[in-house]
Design a protein around this ligand. Structure first.
Ligand code: KIV
Length: 291
């Protein structure tokens, strides 16, 4: 299918796994160099979104090595209908909170729609805010070939970039929420996009909603890690939106989400129990009172 030559198969290094991103002994802030080394070892790793300090601190304590302050905050945290309205001020504020709530995870801040599409200089100005004001260790932006100049300038300027190809939600008005990379031509374009972001210097690339076989081929072809969401089991890493993964999102969630908890039910039940206690006069009791 591809015209690109495959990267050599990573060798798993025997050892005690102490450098493992998840479950290893790294007890400092994880960097993009650790991510690169994980690909060399053939190690898989988990990434979750985070939008606030408290949730992020729970994920940090659970050992999640990379957190994305995604512009999915638009739908999942800020009450917008899509990611499109999210502003750089909002992303800066949320990213700073996540950085404050964590001490180990690499925090990646998303550049929202309209803050990098004009060109490399606009991208650098926006990314600089996330790095300087929020303290993120890397930024993410959408687009393959079309974003390679932006990625090049950011990387040259010392800002690590995670790219994002396949379904790119900021383009929902143009592409909808549809599987990408289906058919020979679309698959070739995805491979060109993947190669373009790697050549531009991205340290990792998100593959969203692409056929598992194509994601596997991209993963074998690139020497930077692929981070899949709806891209099958063969990518180097996986990312999920935390409100989907923990069952807080209302309504339908995408087929690729595995739900590990039902927080909507748990929180709703707790809120009702509290309300009934207040209405029925059983809260507060003496133990909750001061005298
Ligand atoms: O904004 C986001 O949460 C994302 C992930 C879905 C990769 O871009």
């Amino acid at each position: 299918m591809t015209q690109l030559s495959a990267a050599p198969t990573p060798q798993r290094t025997p050892g005690d796994g102490s450098r493992a991103l998840y479950g290893g002994k790294i007890n400092r802030r994880i960097t993009v160099r650790d991510i690169t080394a994980a690909k060399e070892r053939g190690e898989k790793w988990p990434m979750l979104t985070a939008y606030d300090a408290m949730t992020a601190s729970v994920f940090d304590e659970a050992g999640i090595p990379v957190m994305l302050v995604g512009d999915s905050a638009g739908n999942c945290h800020l009450g917008y209908e899509s990611t499109v309205p999210v502003t750089l001020d909002e992303m800066t504020m949320l990213s700073a909170a996540v950085v404050r709530g964590t001490s180990r995870a690499l925090i990646v801040g998303d550049l929202p729609f309209g803050t990098y599409q004009e060109g490399p200089v606009q991208a650098l100005r926006s990314a600089t805010r996330l790095v300087k004001e929020a303290g993120v260790g890397a930024v993410k932006l959408e687009g393959g070939e079309r974003s390679h100049r932006q990625i090049e300038l950011l990387v040259e300027s010392g800002i690590p970039v995670m790219a994002h190809i396949g379904l790119t939600p900021q383009s929902v008005n143009a592409m909808g929420y549809r599987v990408q990379g289906r058919g020979e031509e679309a698959a070739q374009q995805l491979l060109r996009d993947a190669k373009a972001v790697q050549d531009a210097g991205a340290f990792a690339v998100v593959l969203e909603l692409v056929p598992a076989e194509l994601a596997a081929e991209v993963t074998r072809t690139l020497h930077i890690p692929t981070v899949g969401i709806g891209a099958g089991p063969e990518t180097d890493a996986q990312v999920l939106v935390w409100t989907d993964m923990l069952g807080l999102t209302g309504g339908r969630v995408p087929k690729f989400v595995k739900q590990y908890a039902d927080l909507r039910q748990v929180i709703g039940d707790a809120a009702k129990a509290y309300a009934e206690d207040v209405v029925g006069g059983t809260f507060p009791q003496d133990e909750h009172s001061v005298h």
